[in-house]
Unconditional design. Structure first.
Lengths: 410, 312
């Protein structure tokens, strides 16, 4: 008799990998990649809007830098010329920054991983919104925190809940938030809440990690001040060019106190030595022409606004009574809450069978909630596909309701 | 021989299927065959097979279309021989509502079950009989989609209040579901290969979480395997006999796997059969073969011989 081990290293893996397992939802997305499926699942930016020839010219230009810089290693903090552009980009959101306080990362995702690495020990508390960006939960998750979940409403994070948690003695290492058009909920933190959150955290000496990928994708209304601009000392700001330029270049950044940046750069160098010089040069050149990036951004905002309108109209028309949804004024996502008996994870199989896909809600909570919720992305499919997708989803939910009524426990 | 290996497809088991197909193609190459991969999600299948007609089609597709008789009937129409079970028998084997009936009629032990049709619930008020179904089967029970693989959509139910949710989840994956008695015991899989089908050594499956669900199947290290299984010779013989009766009753051919649970009394309960078992480096049938000293190439050779020995 022999014991067959499918993975002979299974007893050797670190505890931090214990949460990493095969997922049914991921398997179902293999079906959702069929061309006839309307995918409202992925948050893929509409990169087709970028001028391809111009990008090719910028890449050629970047390759022409002296000393073949584009193909060489670089410094761990990222090119100074790019950091200056990023400072200008942050100025557009009212942030006053110094390029020395900026570290370039491989997408904002790496910034989240590195912040987890330098702040979080196993069983430390980290405060997150509920629902929260799933990529942040998995990035921090590798450092084995406990999560303090703070619910959201239409005005963003309910700061009173955090206040109560602090009063009863909870001491999170930091508070993570996406205040503008958050992923997945699409809600924006109100001005009032921003002030209260910043004051509360400052008094408690708990840093805030402000993740702001969507801030410049505002469809209407006035821009609200970033948390960073309200408290430059206590807020660690995370940015990305994935939504304003292209996710494929993997350029994100952290703006923080020099002491934080120093540790973060050491952690970054340990992780990957440095970012891609070619991509950094390309990004720097893209943002060198303010008229160009602003024109492109304005076109993107118009596209996403029109798609958001198409989605909200279709939702209003097709989703059954009892469904509730958010009204994003920017970003990529609408968050839908269905009656408690709906299981969106199981329902995904029937949805892809009907040629529409979404992301089930449970992924966005660290505590198992969200079973009757789903995230719908309006960023990628054009308006007619969005309307078709929501119509299919609506028909499915109506049938599902009939099924439920036929077997609900009496 | 020219062999088209079909793998991939737009199904939840796409990745597993592709891994199986790549390994089979390499093994067939070792045997001196000219083998190539055809992924119906990447190319129009019929056209591809007409442009480059193979002598034999090896079916490594999983899930609907690959295992429910659809592709088999298409290959019959194209007059192309293929590995594995014929269309009609695939349709029965893949559909638990049909397969369990066939097994029970043939006297093969299979856990008590009740079929639940989605249309009967929606249009005929069958929900009112759900309580009767639970009474008949008892708790705990298992709710399974009738037509689905890899334990997708399967729910384990302890309390009556959770039955509705589990039935709805299963019906998301398939038009019908079964409510099945939960048998407690040792999980074993029996690979059956050749013509006539001969059993490979039994593989025992011991999921660390206690439940052999999707994550336990496809997360490396989440399940312990023992080959041969840690059962007595007497039990092993009973298991093999039940597997043989199951495959004969369902008309299975060439390469298949029978999943069973042996209870405390030593009764081998047949849960389901697979007409296209996984052939990845971590799959049960290659593992069983290896424990008998049979490598993948020899295993594939056996299947090819079986598939080509049939009169056309």
């Amino acid at each position: 008799m022999a014991e067959f081990s499918i993975d002979r290293f299974v007893d050797l893996y670190a505890d931090r990998t214990s949460g990493m397992s095969a997922s049914e939802v991921r398997a179902l997305f293999a079906v959702a990649s069929r061309p006839d499926v309307v995918s409202l699942a992925g948050g893929m930016p509409f990169v087709q809007a970028l001028p391809r020839d111009e990008i090719a010219r910028l890449v050629a230009d970047a390759l022409d830098t002296p000393g073949a810089t584009a193909l060489q290693y670089g410094g761990g903090q990222g090119q100074r010329s790019l950091r200056e552009r990023l400072v200008a980009l942050m100025e557009a959101e009212g942030i006053d920054a110094d390029p020395e306080e900026v570290a370039v990362t491989t997408g904002a995702q790496q910034a989240l991983d590195l912040l987890g690495k330098i702040f979080v020990d196993p069983s430390d508390l980290v405060a997150v919104e509920a629902p929260a960006y799933v990529g942040a939960l998995t990035a921090f998750g590798a450092y084995q925190p406990r999560y303090l979940t703070i619910d959201l409403d239409d005005e963003g994070m309910i700061v009173e809940q955090l206040e109560h948690a602090l009063l009863r003695g909870d001491r999170p290492k930091f508070v993570y938030t996406v205040p503008n058009f958050g992923n997945p909920a699409g809600v924006t933190m109100s001005h009032d809440r921003r002030r209260r959150l910043v004051e509360l955290c400052r008094e408690a000496s708990i840093p805030i990690v402000e993740d702001n990928p969507y801030g410049l994708l505002r469809f209407e209304g006035a821009h609200l001040p970033t948390l960073r601009s309200l408290d430059p000392e206590n807020v660690i700001y995370v940015g990305t060019v994935s939504k304003t330029f292209a996710p494929g270049v993997r350029v994100g950044w952290v703006l923080a106190e020099p002491s934080v940046i120093q540790r973060l750069v050491l952690a970054k160098e340990a992780a990957d030595l440095c970012g891609s010089n070619l991509n950094m040069l390309l990004t720097e050149r893209w943002f060198a022409d303010e008229h160009r990036w602003r024109t492109n951004l304005a076109a993107l905002v118009a596209t996403y606004r029109s798609r958001r309108d198409a989605m909200l109209d279709a939702i209003d028309e097709h989703l059954p009574d009892g469904a509730m949804w958010t009204n994003p004024s920017g970003g990529f996502y609408v968050w839908v809450t269905l009656p408690a008996w709906v299981d969106t994870k199981a329902l995904l199989a029937a949805a892809v069978e009907r040629r529409v896909a979404y992301v089930p809600g449970t992924a966005f909570y660290p505590d198992g909630r969200g079973a009757n919720q789903m995230r719908l992305a309006f960023c990628y499919p054009p308006e007619d596909r969005i309307r078709e997708g929501i119509a299919r989803l609506g028909a499915l939910l109506h049938d599902e309701e009939r099924l439920y009524r036929s077997i609900e426990p009496r | 021989m020219n062999v088209a290996v079909l793998g991939g497809g737009h199904t939840p088991e796409r990745d597993v299927s592709l891994r199986s197909a790549h390994r089979v193609r390499a093994a067939l190459g070792e045997l001196g065959h000219d083998a190539w991969l055809v992924d119906p999600a990447e190319v129009p299948l019929t056209e591809s097979l007409q442009e480059r007609p193979p002598d034999l089609v090896w079916l490594s597709l999983h899930g609907k279309e690959g295992e429910d008789g659809t592709v088999q009937r298409l290959l019959d129409l194209l007059d192309l021989p293929y590995t594995g079970t014929a269309g009609f028998d695939c349709e029965c084997a893949f559909d638990k509502v049909l397969a369990k009936d066939v097994l029970a009629r043939a006297g093969v032990p299979t856990p008590a079950w009740v079929p639940i049709e989605g249309t009967a619930l929606r249009d005929l008020g069958a929900g009112a009989a759900l309580g009767t179904a639970i009474e008949r089967i008892g708790l705990p029970c298992v709710v399974k989609p009738s037509r689905s693989g890899s334990a997708l959509g399967v729910g384990f139910v302890e309390r009556e209040a959770d039955v509705a949710r589990a039935v709805m989840a299963a019906l998301s994956f398939s038009g019908a579901a079964i409510i099945e008695r939960k048998v407690i015991g040792t999980e074993v899989a029996v690979g059956m290969v050749g013509a006539p089908l001969e059993p490979l050594p039994l593989v025992e499956i011991a999921p660390k979480s206690g439940v052999y669900d999707y994550a336990a199947r496809y997360t490396a290290g989440a399940t312990d395997h023992f080959a041969p299984a840690r059962v007595s010779d007497e039990i092993a013989a009973k298991v093999r006999a039940a597997a043989s009766r199951a495959t004969a009753a369902l008309g299975l051919r060439d390469l298949t796997r029978v999943d069973m649970i042996v209870d405390a009394e030593g009764v081998p309960w047949v849960l389901e059969v697979n007409v296209s078992p996984g052939m990845t480096e971590t799959s049960l049938v290659p593992m069983a073969a290896l424990s008998a000293g049979i490598g993948l190439a020899a295993l594939c050779d056996n299947v090819i011989r079986a598939a080509t020995s049939r009169p056309r």
